[in-house]
Write a protein that binds this ligand. Sequence first.
Ligand code: PLP
Ligand code: MG
Ligand code: MG
Length: 613
Amino acid sequence: MIREAVILAGGMGTRLKGSQGEIPKGFIILESLPIVEWSIRKLISVGIEHIVIGTGYHHEFYDDLSKKYHGVETIQNTEYANTGSMGTLEVAAKKVTQDFLLLESDLIYDLSGLRILVHHPEANVLLLSGETASGDEVYVQPDADGNLLALGKDKERKSTAAGELVGISKISVRLLKAMCGYAAEHHTDIPKMEYESAMQAVAKDNPVSLLKIEHYAWREIDDVSHLNMAKSVILPRIHESESLLSVPREVLLNPGPATTTDSVKYAQVVPDICHREKEFSELLAYTQRELTALVADPAKYETVLFGGSGTAADEAMISSCVGDEDHLLIVDNGAYGARMAKMASVYHLDFDVLKADPCRQVSLDALEDALKKGHYTHLAYVFHETTTGVMNPAKEIGNLCRKYGITTIVDAVSAYAGIPFGLDDFNIDFMSSTSNKNIQGMAGLAFVICKKDKLLELKNKPMRCYYLNIYDQYQYFQKTGQLRFTPPVQTFYALRQAITETKIETIPARYKRYSEVWSLLVAASKRIGLRMPVPEEEQAHLVTTFLNPDWDQFDFDTMHDFFLKHHFTIYPGKVSDLPTFRIANIGDIKVEEMKRFISLFEEYFRDFTKQTH
Ligand code: PLP
Ligand code: MG
Ligand code: MG
């Protein structure tokens, strides 16, 4: 699978000069976004993580993009005025690390072309379309095997052409080297070489497959007539074809699984692969490193993965981290703390429970009292208690545990990747989470991020659970690069996409978005007159618990069904002796979607009040 792309953006766009002002062609605006930015977004959505833009003319426009999108970097062809596109590719080649997609900067195109190339089995592939009548066609002629023989704009080629060159290709490192070698030999006699000519020149020894999509919607924008054609004919076709593949939108306002992007959903659709293959091992290693890097230094912390839900990650910690001589304290201010206590009893650990109000943060004084009295070696608590939406004071708890030399076991299932924090800073030794909450992937993967020295100490703890043993899973991966048992393979591919999207959004920005939609929700609930049992300042801003209105006729299921009909899923409460319901705002939720929900929310209660009073 292809993870890298190069965009050739060195050219001056002389044929468009004047009509667009002093901008490089990638910055032609269509539907309020530069066309190169549409291209970047499409590349990212098919799993491309590293995009090299070879710049030249007005490179600063592209340099700004590299600040906006994680994974985008630019390199300037300072000789852009005296070279052709191959000159820019030669410069960009310095940044290429693997097989890649090559695109021109002045293209608009249907996403399907990228999806097909990314998974294409051949090493080198040129994308072709049927006739475009653009007036600027590059005809591609095949050899006897159907591979690239020659290409060019002269009309005589048309009758023998396999199709028209689109300007999106899949290129192997080997072909790139051959093209650069050829270009270097001809710097003086062909100073303005185009990349297509270099490819043609070396194609004999590096076969390039031709992939034709007869009715492919695309347009290269080189002059004003192209721009007009793009707007009037091509863009509507691109929209139509892409919209046919969009997944019906359901907004999950339950606290996980969370709403995902279509690109995460589609990332699961990959060729079948055995999890013992090298490609999958690389994906595992990548996933572990990246999950760690979101909250800690991968040199000091290590992620251990399991097939399973968030509870599996909690159970892995509780069953793997506490030895026969250890003494565990568990904070229970909600269902997930109580669940860890249940696990500790199942495994017959030596443990105590600090029970606290489920609608409040745990009191640090009460916790310190307990720690002083109990001679504990380990403390387990829930970072964000999804039961009510309470955020426990994780940093202060970490400080207390540092003071008393206590190992920390933290359920961060619904905090990780949504709330900014660092494991070192918060003194977290073991932390659990799952693929389907704030990281915005699919359900099915559990993971524990461990401080390495503490992880290595687990070797000497009893193996209480076979499947979920953290040390065994870790050491097997160290030896083999594999997981011990069959993981949810496709869920890993979705998680990789979710990680890419998290890195682009960044966790602080995600938390800001979550907090923003939460504020809208809370403001609406106040207008309605609903009450929250958790003080606002003790909430994490990701899940809100509301007391049921004390109306006889109020029924959660009826309300749930009303919202579901409008494609919003809400959730019942979980505090045992308090009639509540919950609305979460994690996942790929947009401000406009929360606004739409809020107007339904207010409508529901307004109509309800009218009917019953
Ligand atoms: N811990 C917390 C804090 C949670 O919010 C959840 C689920 O909502 C879990 C554990 C359990 O996760 P799962 O349902 O994936 O097993
Ligand atoms: Mg061109
Ligand atoms: Mg062009």
